[in-house]
Ligand binder design. Structure first.
Ligand SMILES: Cc1cc2nc3c(=O)[nH]c(=O)nc-3n(C[C@H](O)[C@H](O)[C@H](O)COP(=O)(O)O)c2cc1C
Length: 199
């Protein structure tokens, strides 16, 4: 059975929703799935200053946390992060930065990887965030399997680099049909590629 790890950080729930959808789609595609949250790093006062962040933190603080073993275990890994100034969040980056021992042993290489992100605005940095995330994957020796425009759904969401969502000003725009279709497609695509690699 192909093993898929969905590893994400989310402050206010958008990336969490996307991660859950990817995990469900990965299971439908026949994979064994680990859905894992990376630990929060922000100080308590920063979280408390934002009601949506506090609510999401409290609601998800007991979810399974990502470990290096989840990446080593997986045949395919999907990393998710909200954009931070067009870049990867420090929380996900911190997790990636703890993978040095596994990287040095070559345990992160030769796997399938792709990414997902969300921004407040349409041009707020979705592409730059995914490209920044992929810098790390090159160092792993990973195989980035971007969705490209390999399915009609990609002409609806329009992001060949991964999957992304625009949350709008209140960070509460729900995922639409275009994003859901693109998430399902990306999960199925990486699972299928990983299965072919293992064969
Ligand atoms: C410090 C910080 C920096 C951000 N930078 C950007 C940005 O550059 N562009 C943008 O569109 N949104 C930006 N945002 C908004 C987040 O990307 C948005 O809140 C995210 O999609 C929410 O995802 P989440 O609900 O999973 O936390 C920023 C938010 C924070 C807190």
């Amino acid at each position: 059975m192909t093993k898929l790890a969905v590893i994400y950080y989310s402050s206010t729930g958008t990336i969490h929703s996307m991660a859950k959808r990817l995990a469900e789609a990965g299971e439908k595609a026949g994979a064994e799935v680990r859905l894992r949250q990376v630990p929060e790093l922000a100080p308590a006062e920063a979280i408390a200053s934002n009601a949506a962040w506090s609510q999401h933190f409290d609601a998800t603080k007991n979810e399974p946390k990502a470990t290096a073993n989840d990446v080593v275990w997986a045949d395919a890994v999907l990393f998710g992060t909200p954009t931070r100034y067009g870049n990867v969040s420090s929380q996900l980056k911190q997790f990636l930065d703890t993978l040095g021992p596994q990287w040095m042993q070559g345990l992160l290489a030769n796997k399938v990887y792709a990414g997902f992100t969300s921004t407040m605005t349409a041009h707020g940095g979705q592409e730059s965030t995914l490209l920044a995330l992929y810098n790390t994957i090159y160092h792993f020796g990973g195989l980035i399997v971007p969705p490209g425009y390999t399915d009609p759904v990609k002409f609806a969401d329009g992001n060949p680099y991964g999957v992304s969502h625009v949350t709008g000003g209140n960070n509460d725009a729900p995922l639409g049909d275009a994003q859901i279709g693109a998430l399902d497609h990306m999960a199925e695509r990486v699972v299928n590629f990983a299965a072919k690699l293992s064969a």
